[in-house]
Ligand binder design. Sequence first.
Ligand code: TTP
Length: 470
Amino acid sequence: MCVFVLEKRRMPVARPEPVEARVIAHVDLDCFYAQVEQRRHPELRGKPTAVVQYNSWKGGALIAVSYEARKFGVKRSMRGEEARKACPDIHLVQVPVAHDKADLKLYRDAGSEVCAILARMGKCERASIDEVYLDITEAATARLIQDPPQCWVSLDKEALKSHVVGLATDGDATVEVGHWLQRKDAEQNDQLLACGAAIIAELRTAVLSETQFTCSAGIAHNKMLAKLASGMHKPAQQTIVPSSAVQGLLTDLPINKIGQLGGKLGHLLEVELGVKTAGDLLQFSEAKLQDLFGMNTGTWLWRTARGINGDEVQGRMLPKSHSSGKTFPGPKSLKDLSAVGHWVRELAEVLQERLDMDIEQNNRIARLLTLHAGCHLHSSGADHARKFPSQSCALRYGKEKIADDANRLFEKALRKFCPTLNLSPRKKGSTASFPWRVTGISLSASNIVATPMLKWESSAEKSTRTGVCI
Ligand code: TTP
């Protein structure tokens, strides 16, 4: 019997691991938006810099902090004024703004530049604006056959600077890492990781010389471990996770550091079962975890505690969805349908621009429109904590159509959120306010597919497409 029931689509699913070991890397750009701004404004290079959100309250919220500024204790959670107190010489750069909201195109395009370089050596999955998974099994295997580590005459400087989880380095770390990479008695899987580390070091060097960006990486036999490792030594470093070090790495690892355990599932484990670390999970048998969380998730948890993960690198460099959103914190929250309608139109316009670009550049169309919103009732009581339900419908192209559909979705969600609510227009002159506040809206376009027919469509036909219902 499954005791803990969570939303099914959010539950992790165990996938079988391949028999042959893979070589997977997770590459994460360092203080990404700050680096993009330092490249755009070369006078900021090497100086404490932070990127701030477009709102001006107390100097705006910091969303990216350069490593030079972090040395002064500047953190992402600070506001501009606070950051200036910690580091008077800090340079604060505003995020570009379009349609009265942050315009991330600059950063998205910079991320694509990096992806294109990383994809040279293997299957590449763009996991977020500045993170990529790479499956470099083939390249590492080929290198092991043609140029095994024991035969390397000179070692790549960047590879020598790798960190190896579980390797005690008392003396000169680069010498000891060099020995580890070239051990004659190393198991085949460790040799594959050594080849993977050399490949990733070369790719990171190429990223730096071609884009001026530094990145950090984790190299392991699966996605979960690679992701854990990429953040262990930053900036501009890489970390290898040999199989022999996995249990030691996981024993004291807080479970919320593991992908998919940062949310409700991790919270349940902690509150209901007292599980604080991945090591604590080891006391539960697979059958017990299946009893508690269902077959799939139970198995996934059992394997995760042991560092087993069969998720494949997806081979996707383009985003799975597009979205356009804005938050309305505190006093800026939206208080009536016309304010919501205004922002829905703005967001629909931005979304349509991105959909147009996807057709133009990648011959792809999206088929599903989803509206997410943050909303609360300003009466107290149980309703207060309820989540505003997301709503979806078939996506029709054209900013007006997207706006109309999104407004309908908002009203539908509002009726579900608060069934007793009267949404009919207020009489002219009425001062009665709506009993809800909207603190954020986001429109997303997903279910993206290729449109091969566009290849032979004339540009005149293409230009009418934005009004076409798909
Ligand atoms: P992160 O990869 O989380 O952080 P980072 O690249 O700034 O720094 P680190 O070197 O520690 O990885 O986020 C990538 C970019 O996403 C970040 O530069 C700015 C943006 N971002 C936000 O806009 N809001 C947020 O809350 C977070 C976490 C990131």
